[in-house]
Design a protein around this ligand. Structure first.
Ligand code: FES
Length: 148
């Protein structure tokens, strides 16, 4: 394992062991459940919006280390940013997780740690679970989303 891979691994382990923004928001504007049908794991995302910004965002539920770490990293990055920047970030992460041309975004910071799952298709669904829930929460009226 090279230095970068080791760093990515540490980021994932840290966010799995100590998930940021774990819990509920009682007065949430949006509550969306994300389900990975492959394993049945699910997370629930809570958002409070204010003037076009994601004022607060939390998650809870159960999932594997990758899905918990990805949810934690996502909420950490999105909290306090605008809805449109959050949707741009969704697109970047989607490319990071799926683009065969080894897409790397310099401004992703710790989120780049998620690129390690790209070569494992089943893990891509784990990593994208929270992100699909985010997109649903920001764009749709639905309250459930699935990685299928
Ligand atoms: Fe269920 Fe990863 S194995 S979300």
């Amino acid at each position: 394992m090279n230095e970068i891979q080791e760093l990515y691994r540490e980021v994932i382990l840290d966010h799995n062991r100590h998930p940021r923004n774990f819990g509920e928001i009682e007065d949430a504007d949006r509550v969306v459940e994300g389900i990975n049908p492959l394993c049945g794991d699910r997370i629930t995302l809570y958002l409070r919006l204010n003037k076009g910004n994601v004022e607060d965002i939390t998650f809870n539920g159960t999932g594997c280390a990758i899905s918990v770490a990805s949810s934690s990293l996502m909420t950490d990055k999105v909290k306090g940013t605008s809805v449109s920047d959050s949707l741009d970030l969704f697109d970047k992460i989607h490319r990071l997780l799926t683009d065969e041309n080894d897409y790397q975004a310099e401004d992703l910071d710790k989120l780049a740690a998620l690129s390690g799952v790209r070569q494992y298709p089943t893990r891509v669904k784990c990593a994208s679970l929270a992100w699909h829930a985010l997109k649903t929460a920001l764009t749709g009226s639905e309250t459930n989303t699935s990685t299928e």
